[in-house]
Design a binder for this molecule. Sequence first.
Ligand code: C5P
Length: 416
Amino acid sequence: MVVGVSGGVAAYKSVHLVRLLVLAGHEVHVVPTEDSLRFVGTSTWESISRNSVTTSVHDDVAQVRHVALGQAADLIIVAPATANTLARMAAGFADNLLGTTLLASTAPVVVAPAMHTEMWSHPATRHNVDTLRARGVHVVGPADGPLTGGDSGPGRMSEPEEILQAALAAVPGDADLAGLQVAVSTGGTREPIDPVRFLGNRSSGRQGADVALAAARRGADVRLLAAHVGDGVLAEAARHPRITIEHAGTAVELRDAALSAAVETDVVVMVAAVADYRVAEMSDRKLSKQGDEGLSLDLVQNPDILATLARDRREGQTIVGFAAETAQTDDELIAKGRAKRRRKGVDLLAVNAVGWTKGFESVDNAALVLDAQDNVLTRVQGSKRDVANALWDAVLTVRQRTRTESTLGEPSLPET
Ligand code: C5P
């Protein structure tokens, strides 16, 4: 693993991060920027990482260190990532060892930004972070809290334990889904009213993209059925060799895509926010305002794709749904989830609480997973990627259960 350290006072916290990585058994190479050595010096990094440390591409030239480090890395963490380093990463600068290492690598990259709130909120930084995210870089934090100047706000580097967790989640894991064909739907459908207007929803498509990516990283072949998603949400999925993306804009288009994908997939996960209704008759012309009266739209129900998939599922096929619910209490959330699971007839239902500020467009998520016996199989709180991985663990558990039950159900051989 490569830990890049840029010049912020939070560098002292990265000493603990490197120590945690070493204790967890990882081979760690620290690549500080020249500026960062004012905060933490080479000797500290060398003694904690147990590897030699340099900031320059001109040391160790014979071994082409920048290329060697970048190519060998399974993961690159940049902590702290200053506004300057984020900008340089976004632009692809390669005038120090950290920049060249990043460019020479195809490993996942995790950055932990640290800076003053004003710098973090500046449009330039926002743009750079968006660029990095769209490229698949994982951004941890920053946290909201006291900053060095005595002020307080978003900009404080996340704690080493949190960075470690995000870093380990970004490393390609076991291929425990290898050989599995899966379909995942994501995003929100848009039901046209006329050529320029539609009925839609706030789904960003992030959770579904993460469900697809988690499956692909764990070895599955994935058909990602994408309705409308936010900018850059599919960027990482589009680059993954085991994911193919198919676009389906309306509920009816998504139904057709899902039914055709279901013919050849072992697992279908419907994460998409599908509109329950569409306009009965779409107007070919843009509707114009009529006098002072209000306007009524006639709506007809859309097909329930998930219920159809569950009803027609092949033997051995696992159908998974997502339910976004508003609930005051955990009990209410579970009760709503159970009722929905039964109504849809699915093998697994991931239930998450949504509101004006949580769920849909946020980066983090919390969910519980109900199985076909209505038990809460798992609870997970964290990034949408954590939710995705917990969901695949649950899928493996129920598929294993089904296999065991069908084996136990077979008549035993007569004793000889
Ligand atoms: O009923 P509700 O929309 O809350 O159900 C959510 C789940 O059902 C999601 O998995 C969603 O993808 C799926 N769904 C569907 N077809 C619909 C509506 C929802 O497949 N028409």
